[in-house]
Each structure stands twice: as C-alpha cells, then as structure tokens.
Design a protein around this ligand. Structure first.
Ligand code: ADP
Ligand code: MG
Length: 696
C-alpha cells in the first residue's frame, strides 16, 4: 500500500477534476500525456510561446507579425456563398483592418463583434490585396484585455484537444499546486537561481522573461533536476542495498589464470589489465560486485570476462556467462572452450534449443557442480536451473535491462557477483542515468595492430561498380558481410529484401560462395551458415541485422550496409565493428538511396569521419534522444519527461553526486531533507525505490 504523503494527493487526482475535461476528452488527454492524472498535465511543457505583447496601431502593424490591437467594430459583410469568407470591417484612428472568418457561424460573429463596439483583437496581421486583415483572431472586450494573455504557451496537441482546451485545464491544474517541502540542497538551489518547486511549475507554463523555451531557464532546469535527482536516488538506493548484502570473497589462487595466460597468443592491453584489477578488487571485497564493463566493439571484453570467471572458479565456485542471442552464446563457447580446457575447467553451453535428456544431463551438471562455466542465453536464468554455487554472473551485450531487473538477476545466487558488459558506447551522462547503481570500468584502448576501417559512402546507382570491385577482392580471398536493412516494422518484409538480394548476388558470385542468415532461421541453420562463413567456405554472408551484436570473424574485411540511411548511428557503428578485426585492411561501404534528409546526411558523415565509439555516441544522443539509445522506448525503463540528457549533462552529474552523498549520510531518508526527498520519490512515482528504503 502506498504511503504517499497527503500533500501530493491533488496532483494524483484524475484529469477529470480539471475544468473542461470530461470523461470523453479525458481519454484524449491521457493518450496525449501518457498518464491519467493532474501531474501528467503539469509536466506537459509548452513547445513554444506566442508573444502577444506587441500592440501597434493598424497603420504600423507589419505583415506576418502577431499583434494585439484595440479596434472599433464597423460594418459586417456576411458571406454570400458557403465557401466565401465573412468579413467585418474594423478600424482605429490610423486605418482599417478586416477581421475575416471562414465557415462562419454568423450568430456567433454578431455577438462577438457588435457594430460600433470597442474590442481587443489578437492574431497574425496579414495583407490581402493591399488591405490589412486578421483571420480568426482571439477577441475580448476592453475590460477583459488580460484574458488575451501577454505571452501564450503553445502545447503539443492531439486530434480533439485544442490549445485553448488544454490551457484551460492547465490553469486549473496549476491551481492544484501547493508548496512542497524543499528537497534541493539550499546552497545549490541558490547558486543556480532556482525557484521553489511550486513556482517552477507555474513558471514553466508562464515564464517571466523571454527565454522560456531555454532548457536552462531556471524553472525548466529546476524541474529537470528534480526528475534527475529522483532517478539518481533510486540508483543510489539500489547500490546501497547491493553493497549491504553479504557478498563473497574471491581471492583467487592465480593458478588457472596463469595457465590460460600462457596459452594466450597475445598480451592483455593496458585497459584490459586495469579493468581486471578493478574487477579483482571488487571480487575480493566482502560486498557484492555490480560492475559495468564498457568497451567499444572489438576492445576485447570477452577475455576480461573469462579471467573474472577463472577467479571465481579458483575459489571453488561456478561462473555463468549470458549472451543475448544464441549465435553469440555459441561463439563465446567455441572461443573460450580451448582456453578453459587448457586450464582443466569444464564449460557447458545451455540455450533454449536444448531439450529432453541432453538438457536434463546439463541441469544435473550445473546442480552438482561438474559444470564450472555455464555459457548460454537467458535460458540459464530460468527457474529450472539451479546452480551448486554461482559465484559470478556475467551478462554480455545487455543494455536493455532496467535497474530493477539487474537487481532481481543478481539475487539468483547467494551474494553472486555481477559483471555486465556492453559494447554500446553510451555517453557518460547516460551511463549515469542508466547504470548509476554500478561501478564502471572502461576499455578505452583497442588491442594493438587494428587498422582503421576505410569507410565510404556509395550512392545506390553505383551498386554495380561496387559489386565488380567486391568480385576482385573476393578473388583475392576477402570475406564480405552484406547487411540488408530494416525495411519496415515487419520482419517478413525485411526477410524478403534479404532473400531478393541473396538471389541477385548469387548470379554474380556463384551460389556456393554465398550464405544467408536471418532472424527467422532455426538455430541449427544459423549455426551452419555462420560456420561456413567462419571457415571461408562461403565468401559472402548476406544478413539481416541479426549479425549486429558481437560476431567475431577476424578474416572478414568488408562490410556492405545497404540502405545505410535507414540505420541509426550506433547500429551502423556496431555493424562496422564486425570488420577491422584482423591484420588486413578493412572497408565499410555505406550504400544509400538519396535524396538524404538532414539527419541521415549527418549520420553518414559522422560515420565517415570517425570510428571513435564515444564521439559517435554523443552525436547519436544529439540526433536522437536518450530513450532511443538505451532502447528504453521498447522496454519502458527510463523515460524522462522533463530532463533532456543532451542538454542537462551537468545536472545529471550533480544529481548523481548529490544522491550518493545523501544515501551515504542518511540511507533511510529520515532527516528533514530526507523526508522531503521521500516526497520527491513519490512525486516521480519511484515506488520501487521507496520499498528498498523499508527493506534495507
Ligand atoms: P568485444 O569487446 O567486442 O566483445 P572480443 O572480446 O570479441 O571483443 O575481442 C575481439 C577480438 O580481439 C578477439 O578476436 C580477441 O581474441 C582479440 N583480442 C582481445 N584482447 C586482445 C589483446 N589484448 N591483443 C590482441 N587481440 C586481442
Ligand atoms: Mg563481445
């Protein structure tokens, strides 16, 4: 049951409590706002303001500008035909202006503009055949001039909700807003010149001053901070809860690691060693590890994970590695098995594909500890899977997990350490909003000998030339990925496009030399297609985006991406990361169909200019927005209503520091400020976080 403070109740009332919102348009409002309550409306911010303060005489009113003028109503010229306009001639001492209505309701016009009366009209001045006119202005008698607000907010709307209706409801909603106890640090608030919460809510809708759309306007910034602080507090609480759980101490003997090190054909990079040190110190500490290993594609996360697993195994525990797809799980398994075997470690792979007796055998081995490393898909965290003693869980390429899911997962074992790996280069600010509960290690250095990928933009008309070039390269032994795009939401249509391309390419390269892989194939079929490409039996692999994550075929040197203009930046970056992994020079051909829109142009130019995943991520954030990058649109994890991560980077960092400090000092939020912060958590409906407070 919710303990929400009574003081917030008005804000959580139904929208139907507001003027002009009945049961019928409440549905429309709810769809527009994404929620059914008064607060959802208050957080619906204007996208523009119409400045009605300009108040010229008729002869001085410039074409195209919004003006508010006092006029005397003159003669009416009703429309003769339905389609003709209804005009009312108005004037002041400097000239005349026609007020014009289309599809007029004659009675209404006569009532609004009685001949001879004084009126205030407000709207856009236009010149039509040399005559000033105003179409459908807002109208008020002189004594109600104030009702034509000086600065009028303009809101995002939906069919059936007009700006006028919305403003009326908003005025009602603002009337519900009460002062709340201050949860912001007073010093910080003063330094930023921020208003109180209740003033801020008023000001974002009626900003004093002209810069009301600026994300750093004090009222907007304050509300953004409130939202970010509620996010960071939640993360800090999760972190605190993790830390207080009894963890395991894995000191490791180093025995298995040194065997594997001896068998490795390369040395770890500095970044790999540093990350491993950080992991080691977490694993040997008595609290649970919750660490994010962030590294661009090809930076060598897998071996770091393997070393972490060996440490758990050296201490007699088991380790699990979960990958998001079966292809990846299999690849990890095949890649790690030789090393693990060298060290005498027994690894198994468990995926959704395993059924019946084989599965039972594996489950038994996991239960009795014969299996030391368990690699697989999410199947390894199903209820039926019981570990003898799971010491470390590694989750690969998984950036679509919410904070609460991570917590649930890590609570599968007793004090199990958790290492999450992601190749999605997330801008620092977003790392904080999504992974603020975790500690972060970064692989910011690639293994030596990587050559830059030569990236070229190729208009689709030149496809034949490109194919001819590919043919030469393939004759010289090159291996090529050919990625077909997401055409529509429907997988069927994507598939058709890929199959069609496959058929065409067969003619050029010969059916035996080309493979096809897509999401609808059975697991075994995918493996077979992948295996042929890995061994070089086929030189071209036509794929839908299933190859996006993690695939490692160092001999592949050419990546063709068809309809590159339809892909997002980080997706393009991930795909390009599939090549440039071996010793030979690699290419990425971005085939595009013009004409390109502005953002598509920028995306492709960015790809050509840089291979730095973090630069690309920042650009992506600018071009897209936070929700898309973290994949939260689909999973509904973090969606900010007020904060804009690309604009409020500093506020994010400040909120993070603030939240950790608070939770360190007052983990139950019992102080005066702590109480206020609880109100904040309720305000942003972080109910889950509030539960953690009770159950530390
Ligand atoms: P990712 O970070 O994308 O998961 P992988 O772990 O798949 O990267 O590693 C990519 C490739 O780099 C693999 O072939 C791996 O064997 C190799 N690799 C990893 N670390 C090093 C290193 N220190 N020196 C040379 N090659 C390395
Ligand atoms: Mg990987």
């Amino acid at each position: 049951m919710s303990q929400r403070p009574f003081i917030l109740d008005p804000l959580f009332r139904s929208l139907t409590a507001l003027p002009g919102v009945g049961p019928k348009n409440a549905k429309l409002f709810e769809k527009l706002l994404g929620g059914p309550k008064v607060l959802d409306l208050l957080f619906h911010l204007p996208i523009d303001f119409i400045d009605r303060r300009f108040s010229p005489k008729i002869k001085d009113a410039p074409n195209g500008r919004i003006a508010t003028m006092e006029i005397t109503v003159g003669k009416h010229f009703p429309n003769a035909r339905r389609s003709a306009p209804y005009r009312v001639q108005c004037s002041d001492e400097t000239g005349t202006l026609n007020v014009t209505f289309f599809h007029a309701n004659k009675d209404w016009i006569k009532k609004q503009l009685p001949e001879g009366a004084q009126r205030i009209i407000s709207g856009k001045v236009e010149y039509y055949q040399g005559q000033a006119q105003m179409v459908h202005p807002d109208i008020a008698p002189p004594e109600e001039r104030a009702s034509l607000e000086a600065v009028e907010p303009v809101y995002p709307l939906t069919q059936g909700v007009t700006n006028k209706t919305l403003r009326k409801a908003m005025d009602g909603a603002i009337g519900f807003v009460q002062p709340l106890p201050e949860w912001c640090d007073n010093e910080y608030k003063k330094r930023n010149n921020w208003p109180d919460w209740h003033s801020a809510v008023h000001d974002v809708h009626h900003p004093p001053g002209a810069n009301g759309m600026d994300p750093n306007h004090p009222a907007r910034a304050r509300l953004a901070y409130d939202e970010l602080l509620s996010n960071q507090l939640t993360l800090a609480l999760v972190r605190d809860r993790q830390r207080k759980k009894a963890g395991r101490t894995f000191n490791g003997t180093g025995e298995l690691r040194s065997k594997v090190t001896a068998a490795l054909p390369f040395e770890l990079t500095g970044a790999q060693k540093r990350s491993l040190d950080e992991i080691d110190s977490d694993m040997s500490a008595p609290y649970k590890m919750l660490r994010l290993l962030q590294g661009d594609v090809g930076s060598g996360k897998t071996i770091v994970a393997a070393f972490a697993m060996l440490r758990a195994i050296e201490s007699g525990a088991q380790a699990a590695l979960m990958a998001p797809t079966e292809i990846l799980a299999r690849q990890h398994y095949e890649g790690l098995k030789p090393y693990l075997e060298t060290a005498g470690v027994r690894a198994i792979i468990l995926t959704g594909r395993d059924k019946g007796k084989a599965r039972d055998t594996m489950l038994a081995q996991i239960r009795n500890g014969a299996a030391q490393v368990i690699i697989g898909t999410h199947a390894i965290f199903q209820d039926a899977v019981t570990f003898k003693d799971l010491g470390l869980a590694v989750i690969d390429e998984q950036h679509r997990f919410g904070v609460h899911q991570r917590l649930a997962l890590s609570e599968k074992g007793k004090g199990t350490d958790v290492l999450v790996m992601t190749a999605t280069p997330i801008p620092r600010t977003l790392t904080l909003t999504a992974y603020g509960d975790m500690d972060v290690s970064r692989l910011d250095e690639k293994p030596p000998g990587r050559k830059p990928v030569d990236t070229r933009l190729i208009p689709s008309e030149k496809i034949e030339n490109m194919i001819a070039g590919l043919k030469r390269q393939i004759n010289n032994g090159a291996r090529v990925y050919w990625v077909c795009p997401l055409v529509e939401e429907s997988e069927k249509i994507d598939l058709a496009a890929a199959e069609e391309r496959y058929d065409i390419l067969k003619h050029f390269f010969g059916a035996d030399n080309i493979g096809l892989i897509h999401g609808r194939m059975k697991g075994e079929e995918k493996d077979a297609a992948m295996a042929k490409f890995i061994t070089g039996e086929t030189s071209i692999l036509v794929a839908t985006t299933v190859i996006e994550v993690g695939v490692n075929v160092p001999e592949a040197t050419i990546m063709v991406i068809e309809h590159a203009e339809r892909f997002g930046l980080s997706q393009l970056h991930q795909l390009r990361g599939r090549v440039g992994r071996g010793a030979d020079k690699s290419y990425c051909f971005l085939l595009y169909h013009g004409p390109l829109g502005e953002t598509a142009k920028e995306r492709l130019a960015t790809m050509r200019e840089t291979e730095d995943g973090f630069v690309i991520a920042e650009k992506d954030l600018q071009l897209r927005g936070a929700g898309d990058i973290l994949g939260t649109r689909q999973s509904g994890i973090i969606e900010f209503k007020l904060a804009i991560p690309s604009e409020h980077a500093e506020l994010i960092a400040a909120a993070r520091d603030d939240a950790r400090l608070i939770i360190d000092k007052d983990p139950k939020l019992e102080s005066k400020r702590g109480q206020a912060l609880k109100t904040l958590l309720y305000l942003f409906e972080r109910d889950q976080a509030i539960k953690y407070l009770g159950s530390g």
